[in-house]
Design a protein around this ligand. Structure first.
Ligand code: NAD
Ligand code: IPM
Ligand code: MN
Length: 357
């Protein structure tokens, strides 16, 4: 198969982890007889520095013309000035919106080899397998915002809105995924306080009753969910939630597999290319030090092969190679828990070495 892939390395550790994932994809192409072409484009802080814009039109055009996109991360202290005209993160939000990527799939998969390096106890986390569907192009992230007044009265606001259409499409996608898994779906909201959450809950309940009566369905408030995730993570199969709640709950859930550096994600729309990225950020505290764990991005590349190119064996080959690396005791510092560790490039090379057809 021929595929045209866009790489968006971005800032901080972004370029380091994307180049390891690219090496893995190149090895997959060689082993399985595919032709992947790669084009690197600007996004984020580096793009602001070079063009003044965190998402130039050229990047949007290249992404729209591609088969799939692999992103590292954006942002960093250099671009954090609150009064700056634009920010790196605006580029990421815009590409999600431009491509209509309303569904962000964040699987929480535990590798057996890492169960004892999680900060949580083995008997609580063992057997956990959750698939989060985070709504990605609506909610408070895209609500009206602004400031008024001055001095002590200066006020800032950002509103949260969800439409029936937006809730229906993400709930449907999550429910269909549940049917392919353990047939259970949990919707997470804050319907005791927020009006958009009440619309979300009503809409989700109707879609589930009318279209998915076979799927076991329940609702949980987001604050309680934050606790249940740590206390009884095995009880959840597919979880669907809004943009902000999904952002926060999945960083929390990354402690189940043991590190933010292990979690990949796929952002999908109803058609067009998908965008794949680790759920973590640009980790400015460790950038350029060979400390970044590239496995989340490598696992995102596996999701890219599975969801955008339908290359299921190739995706599984990457996941097996990652498991083999971990079984051999190789760890980046974030998953080493004080033990011996290897660097970013060594980890990428170790995965490449273990890839098998
Ligand atoms: P972060 O996810 O970058 O880092 C949080 C902590 O996790 C840090 O201690 C970091 O060193 C560690 N970490 C993250 N990824 C790691 C990896 N692959 N290997 C080892 N350790 C890893 O979050 P932050 O520090 O709050 O944010 C830094 C910047 O990243 C901000 O500008 C933020 O806006 C941005 N950000 C971008 C994305 C994205 O591009 N998708 C996601 C989250 C945050
Ligand atoms: C993520 C990040 C982004 C988000 C930021 C950088 C815009 O935290 O991808 O999880 O909040 O969606
Ligand atoms: Mn996040």
């Amino acid at each position: 198969m021929k595929a045209n892939l866009v790489l968006l390395p971005g800032d901080g550790i972004g370029p380091e982890i994307v180049s390891e994932a690219q090496r893995v994809l190149e090895k997959v192409a060689e082993l399985f007889g595919h032709e992947f072409s790669f084009s690197s484009q600007l996004i984020g802080g580096i793009s602001i520095d070079k063009t003044g814009d965190p998402l130039p039109q050229e990047t949007i055009d290249a992404c729209k013309a591609s088969d799939a996109i692999l992103l590292g991360a954006v942002g960093g202290p250099k671009w954090d000035d609150p009064s700056a005209k634009t920010r790196p993160e605006a580029g990421l939000l815009k590409i999600r919106k431009e491509l209509g990527l309303f569904a962000n799939l964040r699987p929480i998969r535990l590798f057996d080899q890492l169960v004892d390096s999680s900060p949580l106890k083995r008997d609580i986390i063992e057997g956990t397998d959750i698939l989060f569907f985070r709504e990605l192009t609506g909610g408070i992230y895209f609500g009206e915002s602004g400031r008024s007044g001055s001095g002590q009265d200066e006020t800032a606001f950002q509103s949260m809105a969800y439409s029936v259409r937006e809730v229906e499409r993400i709930v449907r996608m999550a429910a269909k995924a549940a049917q392919q898994r353990d047939n259970r779906l949990t919707s997470v909201d804050k319907a005791n306080v927020l009006e958009p959450s009440r619309l979300w809950r009503q809409t989700a309940a109707r879609v589930m009753a009318e279209e998915f009566p076979d799927v076991q369905y329940d609702v949980v408030l987001v604050d309680a969910m934050a606790m249940h995730l740590i206390n009884r993570p095995r009880d959840f199969d597919v979880v669907v939630t809004g943009n902000l709640f999904g952002d926060i709950l999945t960083d929390e859930a990354s402690m189940l597999p043991g590190s933010l550096g292990m979690l990949p994600s796929a952002s999908l729309g109803s058609d067009g290319p998908g965008l794949y990225e680790p759920i973590h950020g640009s980790a400015p505290d460790i950038a350029g030090q060979e400390l970044a764990n590239p496995l989340a991005t490598i696992l995102a590349a596996a999701m890219l092969l599975r969801h955008s190119l339908s290359l299921l064996d190739e995706a599984t080959a990457i996941e097996n190679a990652v498991a083999a690396v971990l079984a051999d005791g190789l760890r980046t510092k974030d998953i080493a828990r004080g033990g011996k560790h290897i660097g970013t490039k060594e980890m990428g090379a170790a995965v490449v070495e273990r890839l098998q057809k």
